[in-house]
Write a protein that binds this ligand. Structure first.
Ligand code: ZN
Length: 365
């Protein structure tokens, strides 16, 4: 099936800040293993913000006028001749890593580290458009228990699930550094996973408010001795380390989930890790080098894990289970009203300024 005419899409002009809203031909070719999707909702990832700003970390990789966006949910309206599991009318979420399936990493069961990976919205056309073509294996059937807006965020949510569930959290004190979308999701997952204490750090007021609401939603009336807290680092950044030691009876936290990529958060997070603690690092730093207390970490005998992407497709089922059984709710992250693609400047700026967790685009608005 092909579509005639043109569609609206957000594209990246090479080397310039911002995006352009353009009319481009609708996808004209569906490969045998591909599906054609009408986008119903799309969200904005931290990577999209780096692309918007034309940051050096990503500038070279995005071709001129590439359609960006890799977090979306849509309806399958066309299928290639070899598609077997999906049919027209199915509602699907996007997995952004298009993998080769044959390289050493794919064969080792580590396809998220595929050597030939092509990322939607970076290496090939993405979903901030009315239509997009993706391989069938990148279109994951939406659960009937989640909204299309939450389904649009599943790729990002997978990062948080993969990070937070990297180490056991039950009965542990957990520090989440940063309450952007990834941090907010990590707080919910840590609470759902049975952490005895969740401490998080953040500088933006509205995100602190959302984080507190998420924390409160998990606490039962008889749990009066919990010591969860969101620390506002804008007020006294130098006092954060002491406050965390105080809140953990001088021991420090068992687990650090680093979701911010901020140098200071990484350093402070590792500082407050207790002996034999575990750090799981997701946030990409904007600096090339981050100073860490090397010798202290050795004396403390800590373990550090770095996470990238999601495990395909284990993380998808873990994340979906948490949503379907009401253990995690992502609705509080969603900013309303939703945006038409034409209003991309306002939407991107809101997210860049840290004023909202997740904006949602509806291409048919
Ligand atoms: Zn591969």
């Amino acid at each position: 099936m092909t579509l005639n005419g043109t569609m609206k899409a957000l594209v990246k002009p090479y080397g310039k800040r911002g995006l352009k809203m353009v009319n481009v031909p609708t996808p004209q070719r569906i490969g045998p293993g591909d599906v054609l999707i009408k986008v119903l909702a799309a969200s904005v990832c931290g990577t999209d913000l780096h692309i918007y700003e034309s940051d050096a970390s990503i500038r070279e990789r995005v071709a001129d006028n590439q359609i960006i966006g890799h977090e979306f949910c849509g309806e399958v309206i066309g299928v290639g001749s070899q598609v077997t599991k999906l049919a027209k009318g199915d509602i699907v979420s996007s997995e952004s890593h298009v993998i080769c399936g044959t390289c050493a990493y794919c064969q080792d069961g580590l396809p998220h580290l595929c050597q030939e990976v092509a990322l939607l919205g970076i290496d090939r056309p993405g979903g901030l458009a009315e239509y997009v073509v993706i391989p069938e294996q990148n279109a994951i059937l939406k659960s009937p228990h989640v909204s299309v807006e939450v389904a649009a965020m599943m790729d990002a949510y997978g990062n948080a699930v993969d990070t937070a569930l990297c180490v056991p959290l039950i009965g542990k004190s957990v520090l989440v550094t940063g309450c952007g979308p990834q941090g907010l999701m990590a707080i919910a997952i840590a609470m759902a996973a049975g952490a005895k204490q969740v401490i998080a750090t953040e500088m933006y007021e509205n995100r602190i408010e959302t984080a507190n609401k998420i924390l409160e939603s998990y606490v039962r009336p008889n749990q009066t001795n919990r010591r969860d807290m969101i620390l506002d680092i804008s007020k006294n950044p130098d006092g954060v380390v002491n406050k965390i030691y105080e809140a953990t009876d001088g021991l420090g936290v068992d687990v650090l989930l680093e979701m911010s990529g901020a140098d200071r958060a990484i350093k402070d997070g590792l500082d407050v890790l207790r002996n034999a603690g575990q750090a799981v690092i997701l946030g990409l730093s904007s600096s090339k080098k981050v100073e860490i207390p090397w010798t202290d970490l050795i004396f403390k005998g800590v373990t550090i894990y770095f996470r990238y992407g999601r495990h395909l497709y284990r993380t998808w089922s873990e994340g979906r289970n948490l949503l379907e059984f009401g253990l995690v709710d992502l609705e509080p992250l969603i900013h309303k009203p939703y945006f038409a693609l034409d209003n991309f400047e306002e939407a991107f700026q809101l997210q860049i300024d840290g004023k909202v967790a997740k904006v949602i685009f509806k291409p048919d608005l």
